[in-house]
Design a protein around this ligand. Structure first.
Ligand SMILES: Nc1nc2c(ncn2[C@@H]2O[C@H](COP(=O)(O)OP(=O)(O)OP(=O)(O)O)[C@@H](O)[C@H]2O)c(=O)[nH]1
Ligand SMILES: [Mg+2]
Ligand SMILES: [Zn+2]
Length: 343
């Protein structure tokens, strides 16, 4: 059985007679699945799975399409296999580890959500966009709480300047202003995931998109709510007019996971400028004939943006090395062979 919301990419991986579902949530080994007939099932993995699965990536994630077998007990099922994924949104687990944490699978679009309040931070937005590009999804920037800001236009222009080619929307979740335009970014069968700090209004926006109040939102005026998360786990919901949306808890720590080359997409204007630098391995620091430094002097690029660019590159190179050679050798990279990758 196939879901009309399931793209051919997934349909082709299924043979007739197999039952397909999609993972809505997964906690403590219990997965909630939505099926073709919009039935909700509670599924588990077979015991053997836990011996065979080596990495986090082998386990089902929210957004995965899976093949299941119904159990005799009504509403229960066993997960047989995970269909190949189209994309994967992941980050490094918090703390001193190189372990990966998967946030969602098969995401087409990521709404990077920021509030037009004190929350607003261009450097953080850059990092979020970076992370989205790494996943293979398309970023869209959503500025919430437009009702609490007197220079919405100016803020949006600022964002456009740091995110070339990315659409920016300003919305008011309380009245719904701007939400229908945003809705048009999601086509039939597409999956959108939301990322952003706690309290920016991700769940409130999801309720708007679902036209219900399914997701719990913070009821109090935010003042002292820093670090308190209303949403505590990831969850996928089918949208009323087609498509899916995934709510996530606000992120406290954003760590990158991926390869250094994808920084280039986020910072495309720096990348294209550096072609004009006099030296091929220019670090855009004190080198003569540096086109990037010139653009900073001319006020075309913000110095903070170059700093963030360099920092992201260093961080990704460090992660790559840590993953390859383990903890004890990481200091070698500081003066080592990766230098050509940094240019
Ligand atoms: N004034 C105003 N308040 C908003 C808007 N959007 C959301 N809020 C309020 O902001 C608070 C936090 O919203 P949530 O939707 O719970 O935030 P969240 O991003 O889901 O937070 P976590 O689940 O903790 O990650 C709630 O009190 C909302 O009513 C908006 O556009 N304008
Ligand atoms: Mg929430
Ligand atoms: Zn340079």
């Amino acid at each position: 059985m196939k879901d009309k919301q399931m793209s051919s990419f997934f349909a082709e991986q299924v043979t007739d007679g197999e039952k397909v579902g999609r993972v809505c949530s997964g906690t403590h080994g219990i997965y909630r699945l939505t099926t073709v007939s919009s039935e909700m099932l509670e599924a588990r993995l077979p015991g053997s799975f836990y011996y065979e699965a080596k990495e986090t990536r082998n386990f089902p994630a929210v957004g995965d399409w899976i093949v299941y077998e119904p159990l005799e007990q009504k509403g229960k099922a066993i997960i047989r296999r995970i269909l190949n994924r189209k994309s994967i949104l992941s980050r490094k687990k918090a703390g001193n580890t190189t372990e990966e944490q998967i946030m969602a699978a098969n995401v087409d679009i990521v709404f990077v959500v920021t509030a037009l309040t004190k929350e607003f931070n261009l450097r953080r937005l850059e990092r979020y966009i970076q992370q989205v590009y790494e996943s293979g999804a398309r970023p869209v920037i959503v500025c919430t709480k437009s009702d609490l800001c007197d220079d919405v236009e100016a803020k949006c222009l600022l964002i456009e300047s740091i995110a070339p080619g990315v659409s920016v929307y300003a919305i008011n979740n309380l009245t719904g202003e701007g939400v229908s335009d945003l809705r048009e970014e999601i086509s039939e069968g597409e999956t959108v995931s939301l990322i952003g700090s706690s309290g920016v209004g991700k769940s409130t926006l999801i309720n708007r998109l679902l036209q219900t109040s399914i997701q719990e939102t913070k009821q109090v005026r935010e003042k002292d709510d820093r670090g308190r998360h209303t949403t505590t786990h990831r969850e996928l919901f089918p949208l009323p007019d087609g498509g899916y949306v995934i709510d996530t808890p606000g992120m406290r720590e954003l760590q990158l996971w991926g390869d250094a080359d994808s920084v280039n997409e986020t910072f495309s204007e720096i990348e294209s400028l550096k072609e004009q630098c006099k030296f091929r391995d220019c670090q855009h620091d004190q080198e003569p004939g540096c086109a990037v430094q010139k653009a900073i002097k001319d006020g075309e690029i913000d110095e903070a943006r170059l700093k963030n660019y360099n920092k992201l590159k260093r961080e990704l190179v460090r992660l790559e090395w840590k993953e390859k050679y383990g903890q004890h050798k990481t200091n070698r990279m500081l003066h080592g062979p990766n230098k050509k990758k940094m240019s």
